[in-house]
Ligand binder design. Structure first.
Ligand code: SF4
Length: 242
């Protein structure tokens, strides 16, 4: 079987502190193994499906408490112009009608206005945003109406290519079943993942995308353990095999 490091090595091996990560792997941690197995099975998923950082921001708000297919319908309704200028100047009722397919549209219209104002405070300039430190940006985003940990990290990782790991309900489900002793709350699990993986947005991007894909394909609410690429190592596979 190919090793985790073969995949990581798509970037220069020397970019990473190999020694410290190898030492961490010797602890009882399974995340690198899960990552390499899922990468071998699914390949590079090239997330996030958006054309601009602003479209990532919009998607990260709209995907709260709804399926991605509903977000796609809402984004389609923007037509060719999904720009911060348009969202800022648009009457709230019009914005609500556009994003209605994503559900909770009244709340989300307020969230979209608020996050767009935040982006406008940087002149909607990606490089300007990236001039701040990751921790400063994260703190700022968490103060924006409607932005919690997962939304903030999704925006920073997928919109601005910054190294912050995204934890979601799929991550928690997989870790509980495998099991991976990563912690019990968002920040504990995020910290665990970041300690086990090279501090690289590309790796964080792929790892989160792979976990989501895997939980949609196999580790569903009612899991399909037969044929699951993690079946041999997952401690739950015998217990819940259908
Ligand atoms: S073996 Fe079953 S429970 Fe374990 S990861 Fe695969 S689908 Fe999920």
């Amino acid at each position: 079987m190919k090793t985790y490091w073969m995949y990581v090595s798509m970037r220069s091996f020397n970019e990473y502190d190999v020694h410290s990560v190898t030492m961490k792997r010797k602890q009882k941690d399974s995340l690198p193994e899960i990552y390499s197995t899922l990468y071998e099975h699914y390949g590079d998923l090239h997330w996030w499906p958006a054309k601009t950082p602003y479209e990532v921001i919009v998607g990260a708000i709209l995907t709260q408490n709804t399926a991605w297919s509903n977000v796609e319908k809402a984004i389609e309704q923007f037509g060719d112009d999904i720009s911060p200028e348009r969202v800022r100047s648009m009457p709230i009722e019009e914005l609500q009608q556009i994003i209605r397919p994503a559900g909770f549209y009244k709340q989300k219209s307020l969230y979209l206005k608020a996050i767009t104002d935040w982006y406008a405070s940087y002149n909607c300039d990606t490089e300007f945003v990236k001039g701040r430190t990751l921790s400063e940006l994260r703190r700022e985003l968490l103060k924006v109406h409607g932005v919690g940990n997962e939304t903030a990290d999704s925006i920073l990782l997928y919109g601005f290519d910054l190294p912050t790991f995204v934890v979601d309900a799929y991550t928690m489900r997989l870790f509980n079943r495998f099991p991976v002793d990563a912690g019990e709350n968002y920040l504990q699990v995020k910290e665990y993942c970041e300690a086990l993986l090279p501090k690289d947005p590309l790796i964080y991007n792929r790892c989160h995308a792979l976990i989501v894909m895997h939980c949609k394909d196999y580790c569903k609410k009612k899991p399909l353990c037969m044929g699951c690429p993690l079946e041999d190592r997952c401690k739950s596979s015998n217990q819940i095999k259908l």
